[in-house]
Design a protein around this ligand. Structure first.
Ligand SMILES: Nc1ncnc2c1ncn2[C@@H]1O[C@H](COP(=O)(O)OP(=O)(O)OP(=O)(O)O)[C@@H](O)[C@H]1O
Ligand SMILES: [Mg+2]
Length: 256
C-alpha cells in the first residue's frame, strides 16, 4: 500500500488571542490517501482554514501530529509539496497577474505555462494588470493559477470558488477535476457548498462546531469522470441529503 499523503493524528489547535484562549480544533484524526480528493465542510469558524494551515506548516498543532508524505509539515513546506489556494489570495501588489502566477514556480526554478493557466481561468487579456485592477473573484483566480503553476503534489484549497459567479464556478470546478484526473494530485478542499463537495470529492469530511471534531466521513461512490449529469442522479441527491443531515446535527449540538 502506498504511503498516505497527509495524516492528521489526534490533532488539536488552541490559539491565544487578546489574553484568552480559543480552542479551534478539538481532536481530528484523518488519513488522506495519495491522489485522494477530500472535501472538508463544517460551520463557519470551526477550524477548516486552520486544518489546511496545519498541513502547510503555517500553524503548529497544540496536540497530536501532522505528517505529510511521511515527513513533518515543516519539511513539506521546505520542499514545496503543497500549493495553497486560500480565501484571501495574498497576491503581491507590485507584480502583474503574469508575474504573480509565475512567483512560486520561479522561486523553485520550475517552468510554468502561464499563458495556458491564465486562459484556463478566463483571465486572458489581464496578464499585465496589477492586482488592484482586478475584482475579488479575478484575484482569486490568479491565486488558483499560482498554485497550479508549480505543479505541487498536494493542493490545499480554501473555498477557492467562493467569490465567483455560478457559471465561472462550474467551469473552474470542471477544470479542477480534469487537472486532478490527469495530473493525479491530492486535494484538500474546503467549501460551504454541499453539492460542490459531493461533485468533486472522493470523501466528504463533516466537522462539528469549534472545537472541531469529525462528525462523519461520507464516501462519495459516484462514478468518474463526473459530469453535470451526475448532479441529476438520485444517488447524488441522496449523498447531498446525507451531508446536509450530518451538518444539521452540528447545529443541534451548538443550540444545546
Ligand atoms: N491566528 C489566529 N489567532 C487566534 N485565533 C485564530 C487564529 N486563526 C484562527 N483563529 C480562530 O480559530 C477559529 C477557527 O478559525 P478558522 O479560520 O480555521 O475557521 P473556518 O472553519 O475556516 O471558518 P470559515 O468557514 O468562516 O472560513 C476561529 O474561532 C478563529 O477566530
Ligand atoms: Mg476558513
Amino acid at each position: 500500500m502506498t504511503e498516505p499523503a497527509v495524516v492528521l493524528d489526534h490533532v488539536a489547535v488552541r490559539f491565544q488571542a487578546n489574553g484568552s484562549a480559543i480552542h479551534a480544533v478539538g481532536d481530528v484524526t484523518i488519513s488522506v490517501a495519495d491522489n485522494e480528493f477530500l472535501a472538508l465542510i463544517g460551520p463557519s469558524g470551526c477550524g477548516k482554514t486552520t486544518l489546511l494551515k496545519l498541513v502547510s506548516g503555517l500553524v503548529q498543532p497544540s496536540g497530536g501530529a501532522v505528517t505529510v508524505y511521511g515527513g513533518t509539515a515543516a519539511q513539506a513546506r521546505r520542499k514545496r509539496l503543497c500549493g495553497l489556494v486560500f480565501q484571501e489570495p495574498a497576491l503581491l501588489p507590485w507584480r502583474t497577474v503574469e508575474a504573480n502566477v509565475r512567483l512560486v514556480a520561479e522561486i523553485i526554478g520550475r517552468r510554468a505555462n502561464v499563458q495556458e493557466l491564465v486562459e484556463l481561468v478566463g483571465l486572458s487579456g489581464f496578464e499585465r494588470a496589477f492586482p488592484h485592477e482586478l475584482s475579488g473573484g479575478m484575484q482569486q483566480r490568479v491565486g488558483l493559477c499560482r498554485a497550479l503553476a508549480f505543479d505541487p503534489p498536494i493542493l490545499l484549497m480554501d473555498e477557492p470558488f467562493a467569490a465567483l459567479d455560478l457559471l465561472t464556478r462550474e467551469t473552474l470546478s470542471a477544470e479542477l477535476l480534469r487537472i486532478w484526473e490527469t495530473r493525479r494530485k491530492t486535494v484538500l478542499f474546503v467549501t460551504h457548498s454541499i453539492p460542490e463537495a459531493v461533485l468533486l470529492a472522493d470523501r466528504v469530511v463533516v466537522l462539528t462546531q469549534r472545537p472541531s471534531r469529525i462528525v462523519d466521513v461520507v464516501a462519495v461512490d459516484l462514478p468518474r469522470p463526473r459530469s453535470a449529469e451526475v448532479e441529476e442522479s438520485p444517488a447524488f441527491a441522496a449523498l447531498v441529503r446525507r451531508v446536509k443531515d450530518l451538518l444539521r446535527t452540528t447545529q443541534d449540538r451548538a443550540v444545546r
